[in-house]
Structure formats: structure tokens, C-alpha cells
Design a protein around this ligand. Structure first.
Ligand code: NAD
Length: 249
């Protein structure tokens, strides 16, 4: 099994930019593809000057200036999918829409080398639905790679394997995660059930928190305090969603 060293990230939004940064810090060369120059400028800004970006990371001692500069030197941006023809792996991070993701994978299948791994950062779509978009020969190298936001900071990556996913593909991504300072877990694809492991358990807690609120048992502020001070959660169950969806400024 050869190490994955060159990666294409499809979609430079909240997740794609964070994933690209984390993998560049891990030593990979990463090309981010988005649809136009404005979106590319936004992605670049997030990675260089965003709240969890390279410059603030260096200022706050999370990385050295040299490592931040090396990561930036390993990053590039493009609007042209053909620039990803020779990467070892692509990670798709376009909006959570099955048909859009399938269209993107089908397009990539015709452009990216046959040996490359295809991964989706979907939050919960079935990998065995998404992999139908690529040729049968690619399916052993098709996998879910679900990151957490903000990706440069959060350590967990869920590796979601469909029945067609080869063991070597899982192992190649486990090695990539380890080299990038991430902790991976293996998750069996579960078609018909949205969400993998961490979000399913987390949203069960959020649903219960909402019920506590609806029943008039405690205020939003006190529900959040309960979990922060009672269980050392970094933020309360009713406070986490905003940063994850709007991005971390
Ligand atoms: N936000 C989170 O906390 C989070 C966490 C884990 C996983 N996810 C998943 O990650 C994926 C992306 O989510 P996000 O929050 O980063 O979305 P986002 O809207 O911030 O970013 C999506 C990006 O994809 C781009 N895009 C759309 N079509 C494209 C195409 N054909 N080629 C290249 N780029 C294209 C958009 O222009 C945009 O920049 C979704 O599947 C989501 O469920 C999100």
C-alpha cells in the first residue's frame, strides 16, 4: 500500500477548506476545487486568515511559523477539475445533496486516474448510494470520510465502508489520518439510516435538550450550562449547531 500524498478536495466551503488545511499541515499536497474565483478567494482566506486558519494557528502556538508556511506552500486552488487528474485521492465536500454529489463523482470518475481513492465527507448519505455514480472498478476504492468541524481542530474522522469498499482502502485512509494527527474510527455503511456514529449519538442528546426546554424544565442558557459544567462539554447541546453550519469566523 503506497501512502496518499497528493489530494484533491472538491468544494472549498466550511468543511472542504478545513479538510484541505488539515491535510496540508499533515504534509500532503492539496488542491481545492470550487466553482469560481470568488469562492476560491473565500476558501483561501478561511485557510490563511480564518479563526482556525494557518496564521492564527501560528500566532497561538498551535503550529510553528515554518510548518504553517510549509502547509500553505503545499496548497493550491483551481476551478478546473482536470487539474486533479493525477491525485492519489479526492475528497468530496460539496453541499449535502445526493444527486449533486453523484454528479460530481461521475464527472471525477472520467477524469481522475483509475487507482485514485474517492472519499465523500457526507454527513450521513449512504456510501452504497453514492458509489453507484462511479464505475464498478472504482467501487473498492470508494469510501466515506466524515470529518468534524472545525476540521483543522477536531480530531475524529469516521471512515465509512460500504460492502464494496476494499480493506486496503480503509487502511490507506487510516494511515492518512494517523499521519495528519487525526483519530479514525471504522463505521459500517447503514443505508436507510441517516448519520454515522458521533452525530447520531450527539443529536439524540440535542433532541432530549429540546424536550427539556419544551417541557419548561430549564432555560436554554441553563440547559447549556448543565452539560458544560456537569459533563465538561465544550459548549452546551443547544449552542453547537451555529458554528458548524455558518462556519467559524
Ligand atoms: N458543516 C459541518 O459541520 C459539516 C461537518 C461534517 C460534514 N459536513 C458535510 O460536508 C459537506 C460540505 O458541507 P459544508 O458545510 O462545507 O458546505 P458549504 O456550503 O460551506 O461548502 C460547499 C462548497 O461546495 C462548493 N461546490 C458546489 N458544487 C461544487 C462542484 N460541483 N465542484 C466544486 N465545488 C462545488 C460550493 O461552492 C461551496 O463552496 C456536506 O456534505 C456536509 O453534510 C458538514
Amino acid at each position: 500500500m503506497t501512502d496518499i500524498t497528493s489530494i484533491g478536495v472538491i468544494g472549498g466551503g466550511v468543511m472542504g477548506s478545513g479538510i484541505a488545511q488539515a491535510l496540508a499541515v499533515g504534509g500532503c499536497s492539496v488542491t481545492v476545487r470550487d466553482l469560481n474565483d470568488d469562492l476560491i478567494a473565500k476558501s483561501r482566506h478561511t485557510i490563511v486568515d480564518g479563526r482556525y486558519g494557518l496564521n492564527r494557528g501560528a500566532e497561538r502556538g498551535k503550529t510553528t511559523r515554518e510548518d504553517a508556511d510549509a502547509a500553505l506552500a503545499g496548497l493550491s486552488w483551481t476551478t478546473d477539475l482536470k487539474d486533479l487528474a493525477n491525485v492519489d485521492m479526492v475528497i468530496e465536500a460539496v453541499p449535502e445533496d445526493l444527486e449533486l454529489k453523484k454528479k460530481v463523482f461521475a464527472e471525477l470518475d472520467g477524469i481522475v486516474g483509475a487507482q485514485a481513492i474517492f472519499a465523500s465527507n457526507t454527513s450521513g448519505l449512504a456510501i452504497s448510494d453514492l458509489n453507484k455514480a462511479v464505475s464498478e472498478g472504482r467501487r473498492p476504492r470508494f469510501i466515506g470520510m466524515h470529518w468534524f468541524s472545525p476540521a483543522p481542530v477536531m480530531k475524529l474522522v469516521e471512515l465509512v465502508h460500504a460492502p464494496e469498499t476494499a480493506e486496503e482502502t480503509v487502511q490507506a485512509l487510516e494511515s492518512l489520518c494517523q499521519r495528519s494527527g487525526k483519530v479514525s474510527i471504522r463505521v459500517k455503511d447503514a443505508p436507510g439510516r441517516y448519520g454515522f456514529v458521533a452525530n447520531r449519538i450527539y443529536f439524540a442528546a440535542v433532541r432530549e435538550a429540546q424536550k427539556v426546554l419544551e417541557d419548561g424544565i430549564a432555560s436554554v442558557e441553563d440547559i447549556n450550562k448543565a452539560m458544560v459544567y456537569g459533563f465538561n462539554w465544550p459548549v452546551g447541546p443547544l449552542a453547537m449547531i451555529e458554528g458548524a453550519t455558518k462556519g467559524w469566523q
